[in-house]
Ligand binder design. Structure first.
Ligand SMILES: [Zn+2]
Ligand SMILES: [Zn+2]
Length: 239
């Protein structure tokens, strides 16, 4: 078996998933690329996922001031694997628009680690933020659905990619200013399969959280179908 593995490694040596450099040990990424990721390791607000920074409550599991003052909340837990910066932006854009679908497995593994609290708390169904069907036809894949499927494989939790649909075509959020973003995605999501949501512990998956407008709108649509709980997990997040 080892000889077989050696031959495979000789023919197809393990490479860094990001830069393609040949690796001595198959650990997924080279040391240089690992060092580039701004992994979110410090304590975060468990509701919105924002790192506390120096304001850490020391227990590692608190709620930030703005979430504390909110009477109603959309998400039980919010988590992200790493910060959205120049390095991760390039990676996410390659994943999303330039057919680097091979990155799904690496990103999902990072998300699975970052979302360990969520999986420990219990999830019944993983639901990706959907694309409008015309965009899906053009792009050929929904990057969030690829992440959801990988997370389903890692966690053993059911994945449902058509529970929620995007029912209106919108301008890309990246083209909108901060203020326009909320309006751009208002009422564009609808639950298509309430039987997958109602009474279930739902985890929403997206690639990036910037202003949070997309996840909030999608979350509101999911909430209307009365899940037991609703969490979100993204690969990157603007800090
Ligand atoms: Zn590398
Ligand atoms: Zn918060």
């Amino acid at each position: 078996m080892n000889i077989f593995k050696d031959i495979v490694n000789l023919l197809l040596p393990p490479r860094c998933a990001v830069c393609g450099k040949v690796l001595d040990i198959d650990k997924g990424l080279c040391d240089e690329c690992i060092a580039e990721f701004d992994f979110i390791k410090d304590a975060v607000c468990y509701r919105c996922g924002r790192p506390f920074g120096n304001l850490s409550d020391g227990r590692g599991h608190g709620v930030c001031a703005s979430c504390l003052h909110r009477k109603r909340y959309l998400f039980r837990f919010s988590r992200s694997a790493f910060g959205y910066d120049e390095f991760s932006k390039k990676l996410i854009l390659d994943f999303k628009f330039h057919d680097r679908t091979d990155l799904a497995s690496l990103l999902a593994k990072m998300m699975y680690v970052a979302g360990s609290d969520i999986f420990a708390a219990g999830i019944d169904v993983i639901v990706p933020v959907p694309l409008h069907y015309t965009r899906l036809l053009k792009r050929r894949y929904n990057q969030s659905a690829l992440l959801a499927r990988e997370l389903g494989r890692l966690s053993g939790v059911k994945v449902c990619c058509d529970a929620v649909a995007k029912i209106k075509m919108t301008r890309p959020q990246a083209e909108c200013s901060g203020a326009e973003r909320l309006n751009n995605v208002k009422d564009v999501f609808a639950v298509k399969r309430p039987e997958e949501i109602t009474g279930k512990r739902v985890l929403l998956i997206d690639d990036v959280l910037t202003t949070g407008a997309t996840l909030t709108e999608c979350g509101k649509a999911v909430r209307r179908a009365r899940p037991k709980s609703l969490d979100n997990l993204t690969a990157a997040r603007a800090l």
